[in-house]
Design a protein around this ligand. Structure first.
Ligand SMILES: Nc1ncnc2c1ncn2[C@@H]1O[C@H](COP(=O)(O)OP(=O)(O)OP(=O)(O)O)[C@@H](O)[C@H]1O
Ligand SMILES: [Mg+2]
Length: 262
């Protein structure tokens, strides 16, 4: 089993990074080997897992532009079986450098990098995308076998989803026919607000079985854990956020098992 999951939504602050880190950690808890790819120059995924983005010396650039092995760029985290391709602000220069150096298939450079990994190095690769639908996100969607779309229970959530869906359809037709929609995930859910219930009804009504059964609640222990470089299932195992991300991991595993049977 090897699933490459892009966590994408061009809308900012919807829980992409939080979901990348916490889903990864919960998959590890289920005995899977996971590689996180921080593909956002903000470096939030890198810091959220406990590494300092400013002290990261080797970026994926060196693999793409200088053929340095990807494995020399991958870093271990404090969690066994959870590794990361780290990022920092310099990742923002990747597009310009790829174009300047006439690298073939510019929107497939991440796919080429990941193809260096052996089949059994990792069971899951999770790519944290930036809040845009440009070069870095297109690379993530071309490298992925599936995409998970976090949706924050806020105004304009569905407009953003319509935009990303049209990009996904284009990618499926033109460059990555293997890209499947893993699911839509409602994040920062608060059942006391009518907006949360309203968005949930709209999303489940529109996307039906593609909406994850679990909703991620707004839970203070999630950002608190991130600030300390700890996924919530390690920081506060019994917190509602931890229970929800564990449930998400189970649904993702079920999806992958079903896919393998097809
Ligand atoms: N379930 C939650 N409960 C409470 N706070 C949360 C939850 N999920 C995310 N947050 C907080 O909301 C903010 C945005 O989350 P996050 O950084 O994961 O979003 P993002 O989509 O990756 O943002 P960006 O588009 O900037 O990359 C962060 O401060 C994060 O700690
Ligand atoms: Mg982010």
């Amino acid at each position: 089993m090897k699933e490459i999951i892009a966590i994408a939504n061009q809308k900012g602050g919807v829980g992409k990074t939080t979901t990348s880190i916490n889903l990864a950690s919960c998959l590890v808890k289920n005995n899977y080997k996971v590689l996180l790819v921080d593909f956002d120059p903000q470096g939030n995924c890198t810091s959220g897992i406990g590494l300092d983005p400013t002290s990261v010396e080797h970026l994926i650039h060196e693999n793409i532009l200088q053929n340095k092995p990807l494995k020399s760029i991958i870093k271990n985290t404090s969690i066994k079986n959870l590794d990361i391709v780290p990022s920092n602000l310099n990742l923002a220069t990747l597009e310009t450098l790829v174009l300047k150096n006439n690298i073939k298939n510019p929107t497939k450079v991440l796919k080429a990098s990941l193809s260096e990994l052996e089949e059994n190095d990792y069971d899951f690769i999770i790519i944290d995308c930036p809040p845009s639908l440009s070069f870095l996100s297109l690379n993530a969607l071309n490298a992925a076998t599936s995409v998970l779309i976090p949706i924050q229970c806020e105004y304009f959530a569905l407009e953003a989803v319509a935009q990303i869906l049209s990009v996904i359809t284009k990618i499926q037709k033109e460059t990555n026919p293997n890209l499947d929609i893993l699911g839509f995930l409602l994040t920062m859910y608060d059942n006391r607000t009518t907006l949360s219930t309203m968005i949930t009804t709209q999303v489940t009504g529109t996307f039906k079985e593609k909406t994850f059964k679990v909703q991620i609640p707004r839970n203070i222990y999630i950002p608190e854990g991130c600030a300390q470089g700890k996924p919530v299932n390690i920081y506060k195992p019994n917190a509602s956020g931890s229970i929800a991300y564990n449930q998400l991991a189970k649904e993702v595993i079920q999806y992958v098992e079903q896919k393998a049977r097809k």
